[in-house]
Every structure is written in C-alpha cells, then in structure tokens.
Design a protein around this ligand. Structure first.
Ligand SMILES: [Zn+2]
Length: 444
C-alpha cells in the first residue's frame, strides 16, 4: 500500500532531537510514522511512499500560539498604537471594542493569518459567541476558551454557573474547549474558586491573564493603585479584593490561594513575577505563555525570559491579539524573546533550540496537547502530523535553526493532521506528485 506521504526538507528540526540535514518526515493517517535522513527513509519505506513533497527550507513541528484572541483581528488599529500604561491601552481597547464588529469574520481572518504563518494550534480566547466557530471550522488544534469576566460574588451566586456553562457548551468542538477566567481584577475571589471547581467537574482547562501589569500586582496585594482606583470609581468597591484591602499576596500566590494553579491551567504574560513566584509555578506544573511584543505595545516591562529559562519554568509563546500586537506571527515573538534573553544576560548556546521548543512543544504542553498517544509540538514517531515549513536560506541545519529563531522567516506551508492546510504560492514546490489539495479547507 502506497499510503505514506513523505515530506523532504533541506533541514528538519524535530525539536525532540537534533536538527537533520536533508531530512524527511513520513506521514500516514495523520500521524508521523518515521523521521530521519531522507535517503535512509526512502530506502526503508520504498513502495509504501505514495506522495512526495520537497521543501526548500526548514520543516518544524507546527507552531503553537499559546495565547491569542483571534476575535480581535479587526482591531489592529488599536494594536498599532503605543501606550504609556496598561490603563491607557485598556481605554483605547474598550473604545475600539464598542463599535460594531463582525466577530465571526474577524476571528476567521485571524485563523487565516495564523495558518499562513505556520501555526497549527492555538490557545484562543473567545469573548463573543460569534467568534467561537473559526478555529473549529478551520480544523486547527488547540483549546478555545470561553472568557469569563465582570462577575462579582452576588451576581455569580444568582445565575453565574448556569450562564457560563451554557456559554461553554455553545462553543463548537473539536478542538477542546476551556474556561478563561480573565484576570484577578475582573472576577471576585469566590468566583475564581467556583470556576476552578466548574473546570474540574467538567474536565476542561483554565487559561488566565496573570502578572501582566504592575497595577494588577498592587491590586492583588493591597487593593490599591491605578486599576483599583478606576474600579472604585466605576462603583466596584464591593469587590472582595478591594473591600478587603487586597490579599497580601502578589498575583501568582493569590491565584494559588484560590486553587487555580494546576497542571490543567496555564497563564498568559507572567511579567511581574519574582523567583518565589516562578518556583511556585514550577511546583504546580503551570506553564506561562510569553507575549513580549504585546507587552511592549501596552508599555509594560519585558517578561523575565532569561530567568524563566535559567530556572527551568515551562513556557510557551503567544502573540496576544492584533489589538495589542503588530502581527499574529508566533516567530516574531520568538525573535523578540531571543533579543530579550540576550539583553537580560542569558548567554548559554542552547537559546535557539530552547526558544523553538517554547514555540512548539512548550506551547503544546501549556495546552495539554503534549501527552497521550499522539502528542503535538514535536516530530517523533506516533506524533500528530502537524507540520510547518519556513523559508530558511542556510544549508547548515544549525544556521537554519538560528534563522528561524532570530529572523522569523516566512512560512511556506502548513500541515495539520497530515493534511496540507495551506501552501505559499508556488515557492518551495519540488517535484511533488501533487494531490491538487494544497488549498483545500484553508480558506473556510
Ligand atoms: Zn490576552
């Protein structure tokens, strides 16, 4: 049976193993069945190879965008600004959000941009139900999270759980669905505890914005600061963190006291964290999705990438949305993390491989996709055939890896479950037998 598709590339970067020059990945029924040097694989598989694809670039696991809101793709005008603080950005966001949008079209456009930059899985946060279909319709992997915010204790006790569960149930699946308790300042303490119980009872993951701004930290510790004053001004002095003058803990330890730091949750941003916070995250098995370009647009500090790497925290990479970032290209954030890590003093020579790991296997871990019989984020036998190819120029595999991490090359093709979801123009086409299905399904 000639049922194997062989993807040959000048460089194959398996993530789980060292780079391979003139490598190949054999795919059958949506899974990787073999990986190695092209000539050896061809000899081994022989007539079982039915289709051949030849790529003039580097083949990697599909990228995992570990934090995004594709719904806000048509709010790029907000993201093109530069803001002095989280509060000023939030005002611009709210103004942009309130005008009329076609959220379904906006999310679909975000999915298209993601696929065309080599992304095969996303942690997508949905705020309006119309945006909830796009990831499902395109066949991308990941988790679509229903965003939960603006609940105080009394209203929640009235009908919170029923309403949130109905909203969660309305999200089309696959992919997996989850809950995103927005942040410590937009939900009461008891509501966070309840959401953890709901997530556990329904077997879904949680994803939380955390330690994104200094004012959020002050809100959690003391119930003071610009964010707290704004909330008081809006009539929310009865929020538990405000009426109780804070929790006495920074954001990460506060989240631990409400029970949401588990291997089934991951955080976004993680900027304002100290060594004790990072140690607690490791202990609880919680990954952090780093979004450095979004942080820069909003006027926040850079995430402590060097410390995360040195101390061994599990990390992923997210773009956040176009309402706070210049693009949905995960590799653009990888390049920024590379620059930041060096500037923060990370000098080890494993930086390229660790950052590609963060954008693939690290993201898969953050989303709960790294375990089980068909893991994502790495190219090993049995893994899901989620692949991306990038237009690298270097012949040496180590140089190609450096190009991917430092220069964010364009994607040439994106494969999900072994299916060619998208292919760039005619670039990179080899003497493929061609199935004529290159664009099938990608433009949904
Ligand atoms: Zn976000």
């Amino acid at each position: 049976m000639s049922d194997i598709t062989l993807h040959r590339a000048r460089t194959v970067l398996p993530v789980a193993a060292p780079p391979i020059a003139d490598g190949a990945v054999a795919v059958r029924d949506g899974r990787i069945v073999a990986i190695g040097a092209h000539d050896a694989l061809t000899a081994e598989l022989g007539d079982a190879i039915g289709e051949r694809r030849e790529w003039d670039g580097a083949l990697t696991p599909g990228l995992v965008n570990a934090h995004t809101h594709l719904q806000y793709t048509d709010m790029a005008a907000v993201g093109r600004g530069q803001y002095p603080s989280f509060e000023t950005w939030a005002l611009a966001f709210e103004k942009g959000y309130r005008v009329e949008h076609d959220w379904a079209a906006s999310a679909a456009e975000g999915v298209r941009l993601s696929i065309e930059s080599g992304t095969t899985a996303v942690a997508e946060i949905v705020t309006d139900p119309e945006a909830g279909r796009a990831v499902h319709d395109a066949g991308l992997h990941g988790v679509v999270f229903w965003e939960v915010f603006g609940w105080k204790r009394a209203a929640w006790q009235h009908d919170g759980p029923e309403r949130v569960l109905a909203q969660l149930d309305a999200l089309p699946s696959p992919p997996a669905t989850g809950l995103s308790p927005h942040a410590i300042y937009s939900l009461d303490t008891d509501v966070f505890r309840e959401l953890q119980r709901l997530a556990e009872a329904h077997g879904v993951r949680l994803h939380i914005h955390a330690a994104e701004s200094a004012s959020e930290d002050e809100f959690a510790r003391f119930g003071t600061g610009p964010l707290a004053e704004r909330w008081r001004g809006l009539g929310h002095s009865d929020m538990q963190l405000l009426s109780g003058n804070g929790s006495g803990n920074g954001v990460v330890h506060y989240l631990d006291t409400v029970g949401v730091l588990t291997p089934h949750s991951h955080l976004a941003h993680g900027i304002y964290v100290d060594a004790a916070d990072r140690a607690l995250l490791r202990e609880r098995g919680v990954s952090v999705a780093l979004c450095p370009r979004s942080n820069a647009v909003i006027g926040l500090d850079a995430p402590p990438i060097a410390a995360y790497l040195t101390e061994g925290n599990p990390i992923g990479v997210g773009t956040d949305s176009l309402s706070s970032s210049p693009s949905l290209r995960v590799l653009d954030d990888v390049a920024e993390l590379h620059r930041l890590a060096r500037a923060q003093g990370y000098s080890a020579d494993d930086l390229h491989s660790r950052l590609l790991h963060a954008a693939t296997a690290g993201g898969a871990r953050a989303l709960g996709l790294a375990d089980g019989p068909a893991p994502a984020g790495t190219l090993i036998e049995g893994a899901r055939a989620d692949l991306a190819v990038f237009a690298t120029a270097s012949a040496d595999p180590r140089d190609a890896l450096a190009e991917i991490v430092e220069s964010a090359p364009e994607a040439l093709g994106t494969v999900v479950d072994g299916r060619m979801l998208w292919e760039a123009g005619s670039v990179g086409r080899g003497p493929s037998t061609g199935s004529g299905s290159a664009f099938e399904g990608a433009r949904a």
